[in-house]
Design a protein around this ligand. Structure first.
Ligand SMILES: [Zn+2]
Ligand SMILES: [Zn+2]
Length: 333
């Protein structure tokens, strides 16, 4: 039986339409080297349709390995201005779909880390935080259809409750407040920072409570997978967040420096007054790129973090490149 052609679609948000076009152009050109012909069509609604003939699959495998293992996507993103958004909303979903067409499992968290950092490690099970790890397992169970949609919602509701109690430092054994009270408390204490996340938590809880009446246990797959993906992204952020707060210093050119917290950047005294005023106002809001608040460390790969050595953008300044060289020289025999 001949293999089917690979087809996938993506509808990027309107403000990233040009970024999507640019990335697809990059992909097409890069794929040609491996004799993979990627055809791209766009319809009026801004949906891109990619198709690759089945006979190109051998080349596709080599191509995917090249852009991931050789850090092709990472380097591509280094040259993009709104890198995090482009990574999250364009490069990651397309890469994920292409990988799923070739391999049975593609690990979303690894793809993202790889895109933003160019990490060489490529294995499943990436979360460090305990609750996040439990979620990762639950997420895989759902993907493998080991649990039904309702069972997933039920277990997730328990997990989110456990997560909130832990974050709030609720003593074990003491009766737990109702779910919505927990969500409100977490909001006050900056554990659940956005309206979307609070809504997501409440959505899971309402699916569970509805399911207590046996008749409402049929939840559409699309609804469950959307929730599952959004919760995954929340834990991904949360995990990155703690990782970033734990990393208080950094090695640059062989010397250790204290990282600069959001809002603690030194602004030159000669800077124009209107810039100083603007900056003072900006830091009252969460970081536009990574979402941390004043006084916290930016997440890995954030474009707002300053380098403590040169004052440039920390994620891409020369000090990081020098440090990489320094480390590789150190490891060579
Ligand atoms: Zn940031
Ligand atoms: Zn630097």
């Amino acid at each position: 039986m001949p293999l089917p052609d690979i087809e996938l679609t993506i509808t990027p948000p309107a403000h990233l339409y040009q970024d999507a076009r640019r990335f697809l152009r990059f992909l097409r050109v890069a794929a040609q080297k491996h004799s993979v012909r990627i055809a791209v069509e766009v319809d009026r609604s801004g949906t891109f349709k990619l198709s690759i003939p089945a006979r190109d699959c051998v080349g596709l495998d080599a191509f995917l390995q090249e852009i991931t293992f050789q850090h092709g996507l990472y380097y591509y993103l280094c040259g993009v201005s709104n890198r995090r958004d482009v990574a999250r909303l364009i490069v990651k979903p397309i890469t994920e779909k292409l990988m799923q067409s070739q391999y049975d499992v593609a690990y979303p968290v690894q793809i993202k880390k790889h895109l933003l950092k160019g990490t060489p490690d490529w294995a499943g099970g990436a979360f460090l935080d305990g609750t996040a790890q439990k979620y990762e397992i639950l997420f895989q169970k759902l993907k493998l259809k080991l649990v039904t949609g309702y069972e997933f919602a039920r277990d997730l509701d328990d997990l989110l409750t456990e997560f909130m109690l832990l974050q709030l430092g609720h003593p074990k054994g003491l009766q737990s407040p109702k779910f919505n009270i927990l969500v409100a408390k977490c909001d006050q204490q900056d554990v659940l920072r956005t309206k979307e996340v609070r809504k997501l938590f409440n959505q899971v809880h309402s699916l569970r409570t509805k399911g207590l009446h046996r008749l409402e246990r049929e939840i559409p797959d699309s609804e469950i997978s959307e929730i599952a993906q959004n919760v995954y992204e929340f834990f991904e952020w949360f995990d990155d967040y703690w990782r970033a707060q734990d990393e208080k210093t950094t090695m640059l050119s062989g010397k250790r420096y204290r990282r600069i917290r959001y809002g603690k950047e030194s602004i030159s005294t000669d800077a124009p007054e209107d810039f100083k005023a603007l900056w003072a106002e900006v830091i009252t809001r969460p970081c536009h790129d990574c979402g941390v608040i004043r006084g916290e460390f930016h997440l890995d790969g954030c474009d707002m973090e300053r380098c403590p050595r040169c004052g440039g953008q920390y994620f891409c300044c020369d000090c990081r490149i020098e440090q990489d060289k320094f480390e590789s020289a150190d490891q060579s025999p």
